[in-house]
Design a binder for this molecule. Structure first.
Ligand code: GDP
Ligand code: MG
Length: 201
């Protein structure tokens, strides 16, 4: 089994994150928790890249469609349709428009439990209900009510992989293997070294 400190996860600062001047803040939060930045680039992507990104998991259309329908019902609202695939097709159109509207910053972060830690710091998908202290909870005020009313994607500053399996697919989708750098960070000694020798003189 791979050591948990070797985990890697994918993060993207979305176009609104860049426009809001939050690139440094997002990077800073992942740096401060102890994660290592192992790949980063700014790029403008096209519709096909975004469609592929969201459908890397063949179950995404079904699962996200069902989740969205359930969230309408939980709020006492009638979903626009009962077909999860129709729901996600519409969602995909808005996501393409959002994610191709300006540059994004793609990154790979490495470290202990990287996928879970990054997901925790990023916060829940809908900023209205994301926990205080998370990036989405602290820096933006959007909601599904707002995005549905205006027929657009919810603006939530960052994307992060939902799981380790998702991370692997997303890293391969956004980066070549040469773009992900293997290197040592001095702080790894204090985070992971078993004996902590070599500190005292
Ligand atoms: P994420 O990984 O936290 O971004 O969330 P998901 O993978 O579950 O969903 C991907 C994207 O679909 C989100 O960023 C939202 O734009 C959109 N989305 C997911 N669930 C809902 C929902 O219940 N309502 C609406 N309007 N959009 C949703
Ligand atoms: Mg997701």
């Amino acid at each position: 089994m791979m050591h948990p400190k070797k985990e890697r996860t994918f993060v993207a600062v979305k176009p609104d994150g860049i426009q809001r001047g939050l690139v440094g803040e997002v990077i800073g939060r992942f740096e401060k928790v102890g994660l290592k930045l192992v790949a980063m680039k700014m790029l403008v992507v096209d519709d096909a890249h975004i469609e592929k990104h969201y459908t890397l998991d063949p179950e995404w259309r079904k699962v996200t469609g069902e989740k969205t329908i359930a969230s309408y019902k939980a709020k006492g609202l009638t979903p626009p349709t009962e077909d999860p695939f129709v729901v996600t097709e519409a969602l995909l159109q808005t996501l393409k428009k959002y994610m191709t509207s300006g540059p994004v910053i793609a990154m790979v972060w490495e470290g202990a439990h990287a996928a879970k830690i990054v997901k925790k710091i990023t916060g829940g998908t809908e900023p209205l209900t994301s926990d205080v202290g998370t990036i989405r909870g602290d820096y933006v005020l959007d909601s599904y009510t707002m995005s549905d009313t205006d027929k657009r994607a919810v603006r939530n500053i960052v994307h992060c992989s939902g799981s380790l399996q998702e991370a692997e697919m997303e890293i391969n989708h956004w980066f070549t293997s040469e773009e992900v750098i293997n290197y040592r960070l001095v702080q790894e000694e204090i985070l992971y070294d078993v004996n902590l020798d070599g500190i005292l003189e």
